[in-house]
Design a protein around this ligand. Sequence first.
Ligand code: CA
Ligand code: CA
Length: 444
Amino acid sequence: MKTATVAALILFAGAVLLFADDEPPLTELLVKGDLVVVGKVGKNETIGAGNMPGLILKNTVEIDKCLKGKAAGKLSFSYVGYHPKLKIHHLEEGKKYILVLKKQPARAKVGYSLADGNYGALAATDAMIKKVKETLKSLPEKPKPQEPEKPKPKPVKPKDDKSATSKARRVAHFAVVSCGSTHGSPQHKKWYWGSNQRICKMLTENYGYPDEAIFRLHEEGKAKDPAVDGKSSLANFRKVFAHLAKIMKKDDHLFIYIVGHGGPLRRGQWDGDYVHDLIDARLTGTEFDKLLDALPSQNISIAMNPCHSGGFIPKISGKGRVVCTSTRGTQSNAAGWEGYFTNALAGKGQVDADGDGRVSMKEAYNASVDGTLKWYKNKKRPLGENPLLDDNGDGKGHYGKDKVVDGDGELAAKRFLGDEGRKLEYKASALRALKKLNRKLSLK
Ligand SMILES: [Ca+2]
Ligand SMILES: [Ca+2]
């Protein structure tokens, strides 16, 4: 590093902005940007946790001027805030910045992010704008001149562009996300709603599940949030599964995530039926199995967080079904299993053990084993919860991170959310078709 090339770290008005007196850092930054705009930013909104203690924030910019690329009006972008190591703070609402943005297809709902984790928002002073303009002029026309010219201006409809050919024509991946009755406990209300949001966010943001394909139930129904489809009642469970039985096809994948209270049907009877508490009645393992049996596909993955959820396995186990539970039938859940399992599926932490870039159900299960162990270790308590996995349909769940434990583990290692662990992409017509089918489902 040239000592003369000292980048000036400028702290101003709450945002830390890096720019250089010398060319390289500013040039590098501008090369990275697909868009360089000048404009006023709006309110910060947290959209996720980055590597702790970072936060992924969303903001919008009202574009005054576009210095690189083409954009007008308002656009949203994400960035990392509150990360002490990186010294990035929040952008200040109503302030004008020069923003260097790159396309962010991974966060489709945002579209752009600041072009560099460390910097990318510059002071919108006249001098800086001038400097950026000059530097942009000095940039080579194309960063990779050896690349042939893109045959870009094909007059295709902007909506159904080239990538549309790889988009699926039919929605084939569904999810049921339910948080049951809290029995009025304010603490549980908070926990369950947090879980509900985290799970749905993981499904949409990490795997591209469209809202239409997520049947989302919550104690308070739509009153809680318009994104909720209905109340977590047994009546709605039955309706949703009857609907899925009609719209699913052979080999479609269904992911079911249940958070809430649970236990043995009869107190102390650990080898009988188990129940999960819904707002109007209790869902028994026997009935849950019947609802699953009625589906045209047995490509089903189930995550159960309730206390004693392992007790469901003897009833709901089946060929093609991957069942992960927070505890054995005899155990209560306290260790926050849902968070470990969901975060693992969202790719957080070192969870991709085989390094294939995807998180299998087995890898998520293993992460939940680790998370639970850690929780008890931190509390200095003997391990009181054993998350179970059953994927060979023999009615028995097993505990442990080995590749296969008594026949369980093989199918879960090949089972992924989304398009084999990657983001789902659908043609607009596929979503329209599902929306139309969903009109037949009315939930209270
Ligand atoms: Ca993996
Ligand atoms: Ca088994």
